[in-house]
Design a protein around this ligand. Structure first.
Ligand code: SAH
Length: 233
């Protein structure tokens, strides 16, 4: 009896003294992020909330920013680019009304985080990145993490991805002064595109573009700040 108590006591002591495992720490941070940064600000789409709670953002930020992975802000990912603030990723995801059977085009792979969030919800994600030094590691990262329904192409996203068009939705994550016509063309009938429009390095406006009966309608969603949409030389 005594020995049993001793063993029990010792085990409890060990459990109490053990540090919280790394993964559980991130899980807690992620739950808090979804609650306080995303749901609290009005994102309600269940699929979006679930995906934001599932994708491990710590794997998409540089090692020296690991401690900031779940902060309420964008983070530098090198080459002058950023991984967007979690709320913006969630808001853009909800705005396209992602469905299980959808095929989605993203312009601006960056870290691959937005692509992973989309891939958690929709059938296939086609994502384009103009900087190979970002796009190649993002492809490898997504593969290692098991996202089998994402294709990364290194190219200027201005021209879209004609071989895979039309798309149910398009997400542009770099600020453009005007919406590239090829992207409008590659949007399916009934499709939705979310895109930051405005001058580089200033506040831009996040716009929703809808195609209904061949007609394009645009609406302004909110002021945002994105890195510039570049063109290949
Ligand atoms: N969605 C990314 C955020 C990327 S920041 C994430 O979740 O991490 C925007 C990205 O768009 C940058 O990596 C930038 O290099 C890329 N970009 C800018 N202009 C582009 C273009 N014309 N075609 C493809 N990618 C472009």
């Amino acid at each position: 009896m005594k020995t049993r108590h001793l063993i029990l006591g010792f085990t409890l002591l060990l459990i109490a003294a053990a540090p919280i495992p790394e993964d559980m720490r991130y899980t807690n941070l992620r739950e808090a992020m979804v609650r306080s940064q995303i749901a609290a600000r009005g994102v309600t789409d269940p699929a979006t909330l679930r995906a934001m709670g599932a994708v491990k953002r710590q794997f998409f930020v540089p090692e020296d920013s690991l401690g900031d992975a779940y902060d309420d802000r964008p983070l530098r990912i090198g080459y002058g680019q950023t991984i967007s603030q979690p709320f913006i990723v969630a808001y853009m995801t909800q705005t396209i009304r992602p469905q299980k059977e959808h095929r989605v085009l993203e312009i601006g792979t960056g870290s691959g985080y937005q692509a992973a969030v989309l891939a958690d919800i929709v059938r296939s994600v086609y994502t384009m990145e103009i900087i190979p030094e970002l796009g190649d590691p993002a492809r490898e990262r997504l593969r290692t993490l098991g996202y089998r329904n994402v294709e990364v192409r290194i190219a200027d996203g201005y021209d879209g991805w004609p071989e895979q068009a039309p798309f149910d939705a398009i997400v542009v994550t770099a600020a453009t002064e005007y919406i590239p016509p090829p992207l409008i063309k590659q949007l399916k009938e009934g499709g939705r595109m979310v895109v930051p429009v405005g001058a580089p390095f200033f506040n831009q406006t996040l716009m929703l573009v809808e195609k209904r009966k061949g007609e394009i309608t645009t609406s302004q969603l909110m002021p945002v700040r994105f890195v510039p949409f570049r063109r290949s030389p």
